[in-house]
Design a protein around this ligand. Structure first.
Ligand code: SAM
Ligand code: SF4
Length: 346
């Protein structure tokens, strides 16, 4: 470039997504189905009513929506659900998304799964460029696993995780901290992940959806308490690193193992939030803890080009709130959400 040439500028259509609080939005989580082969106690009721299939976006439409976000600067795409790997044809969708990895537009394509279908799909996912996956696993006890997932089988999930490892996928285990349920397995989970070379993150249970007779306050095991328990055996060093998400990390001096904590209720991570969530019906949630959402299905279907769609995405990002209102203080679940986690994908 010569000295008197103006610097290249982005056209309005290419400008990255920046919200009103100067946060760049470059991470999209997409729930591709609300259905699941498990019925985890904290996530779903036993008799869930799922969306009629006709309400779901087609895989082609999900491709179009995700691709519009990639055009607008989204660099990381996490596919979730429900259970993403039970959606029919899901590998076709991953194949389509892989083209954005190949072009360099997308930095990371990943998924969060309960692991039940990994034996079938892990090698294909790895071949398409998926490098890391999150697998949810709250207990290593087969009976307790059956109890918490209602319909799941531990051996199937462990076999799926083994398949992922064989395929060269890096596995992060996500365990929901549940009072009186997996408190006694804290060190078992930590030691197992160390032995298997899996990363491990604990998640605080969040007040989502109306799950019938389960009392989430009863399940709430604050990660501050979990951390204190961990410190009885290990020396914990806080790490400054952030994954661009809500997790904070500590390193165990004795083993070098890193443990993540996702504490939406006791810590405010909203100031660095870089993400939005898309549901399988085309609703865009700008915050996990707020009801406000934007419908992207109508502007997408209204025209074959993406002008209306991109305008709708920008208008939604301009409404992204500063933060959420969850509060468990005084034994009162304030800011409780009426939608289920499986709707927005966690
Ligand atoms: N089915 C996949 C799975 O279980 O990994 C993906 C969807 S699931 C809704 C995503 C994550 O949300 C899981 O790690 C699950 O444990 C977590 N989750 C579900 N309900 C939750 C709740 N009420 N509080 C905290 N985490 C929850
Ligand atoms: Fe299904 Fe995941 Fe919800 Fe469990 S947490 S019921 S596996 S969507």
């Amino acid at each position: 470039m010569t000295a008197n040439m103006p610097p290249p500028t982005l056209s309005a259509a290419q400008a990255p997504l920046i919200d009103p609080f100067a946060r760049a939005i470059d991470y999209l989580r997409v729930s591709v189905t609300d259905r699941c082969d498990f019925r985890c106690l904290y996530c779903m009721s036993e008799n869930m009513t799922f969306l009629p299939k006709a309400e779901l976006l087609t895989l082609e439409e999900l491709d179009r929506l995700c691709s519009a976000f990639v055009t607008l600067g989204v660099k990381k795409l996490r596919i979730t659900g429900g259970e993403p790997l039970v959606r029919r044809g899901i590998m076709t969708f991953f194949e389509r998304m892989a083209r954005h990895l190949q072009s360099g537009a997308l930095r990371e394509l990943t998924l969060t799964t309960n692991g039940s279908q990994l034996r079938k799909y892990a090698a294909d996912l790895a071949a398409l460029g998926v490098r890391r996956i999150n697998v949810s696993l709250d207990t290593l006890d087969a009976d307790k696993f059956a109890q918490v997932t209602r319909w799941g089988r531990l051996d199937q999930v462990l076999d799926g995780i083994a398949a992922a490892k064989e395929a060269g996928l890096r596995v992060k285990i996500n365990a929901v901290a549940l009072k009186g349920f997996n408190e006694d397995e804290l060190f078992t989970l930590v030691d197992w992940c160390a032995a298997q070379d899996h990363d491990l993150t604990f998640i605080e249970v969040m007040p989502m959806g109306d799950l019938g007779n389960e009392d989430r306050l009863d399940q709430y095991w604050p990660l501050s308490a979990l951390r204190a328990r961990l410190a009885e055996r290990f020396t914990l060093v806080d790490l400054a690193e952030r994954s661009g998400g809500p997790a904070r990390y500590v390193q165990l001096t004795q083993s070098g193992q890193k443990i993540g904590f996702i504490t939406p209720l006791t810590h405010n991570f909203c100031e660095s939030c870089n993400r939005v969530r898309l549901t399988c019906t085309g609703e865009l949630y700008m915050c996990l803890g707020q009801e406000d959402m934007a419908d992207l299905r109508a502007p997408m279907r209204a025209s074959p080009d993406d002008v209306l769609l991109q305008d709708a995405i920008r208008a939604a990002i301009a409404r992204k709130p500063k933060g959420h209102d969850f509060d468990y203080s005084r034994q009162n679940v304030a800011g409780q959400m009426t939608r289920h986690m499986s709707h927005t994908g966690g």
